[in-house]
Design a protein around this ligand. Sequence first.
Ligand SMILES: [Mn+2]
Length: 395
Amino acid sequence: MVRFIHTADWQIGFEAREAAEIGDELREARFETIEKIVEIALRERVDFLLVAGDLFESNFVSPRTVQRVLSLLTGLHPTPVYVLPGNHDPYTSSSIYRGKAWSHAPDHIKLLLEPVETADALIVPSPLYQKNSIEDPSAKISFPPDKEKIKIAVLHGSLAIQGMYEHDDFPISPDVAERLGADYVALGHWHSTFRLNDRVYYPGTPEPTSFSERDSGNVLLVEIDGPGSLPAVKEIGVKTLTWLEKSTELHPGRERDLLEALLEEIRKIPQKHRTLLRIRLAGFADPEFLRDSGKYFEKLEKDFLHLDVKSEAKLAPDPGEIEKIAAGSLLIKEIMKELLNLKDALAGHQGKLSDESERLLERIRKNFGDHPLDLVSSAEEALMLLAELTLSHDT
Ligand SMILES: [Mn+2]
């Protein structure tokens, strides 16, 4: 039997580009999160702690930062901590793991460059030596066929699932567990907790790094009875700070009600001083409202650790504007004509109108697939404006 914590992507020394002015708080929070992980590992009496890459933000974090990590992990002694070099902290000639600060790592903290055997498990890593590669890191490793041990592969990269990876982002073939004959594949790199199948998991980053992340802030507690057994995997939340995005779509004439509903939702957020909040305004609004939109959120600023308001709302259109856009292009003129016919035909059936608009849009995309994008996007804009006008006039 083997029982361990699978984690990755600590990114200690985090550069925090999305919220640089509170960079220090964000970096500090990550130490707090490690402390929690160490506590959980002790409480759960694990055989080891496995960090599947990107423990550090880069190979150039300060010696002081490295020392702090080592000192926190010393609390786990003698439980082993296995650390895989990832793409943020690859095992290059200037690797942080070849530096002086790391050379003081106590014996129970071990860099995963070669396979490691524990009483019941065989851990086979594929350390990274560069920041990008088109090669599958799992292609470089294998398990000896005769070993009667629990087989754990440790990899850092992107599962090669259509639409979810870049070709040079260490693509890992999704059949990795079957191909390697592994009981468990401990992945790192994706920041969301992700289960591909019974044997292949990403723990995600234990401390969120971005507003766009979903399901981050966890570690995995993994238990495997013996060779061939299915792993039992439990997600444990450990995050210190919360990154939250709230958005609303504005409609002309209803801006204030919609804003009030959004503010009501925001007031209910717990632990505001430990929350980074991004507010996104979309849709259409009258000019006066847009001009003042900043001040509606001013009062919130002191409650939250960080507040970021992104206003993508557009000025509510007037019919003159639509004519101006239409005048610029024959194609759009044609579309407008069709849409206006539709509008008359479907008066009072807005749902249908927007379905029909979608259908027209699809046709434009097909017909003009390879043509200048701005043509399609202005047609798109004209459609949106018209749909919006129809909605606001009909309701
Ligand atoms: Mn990575």
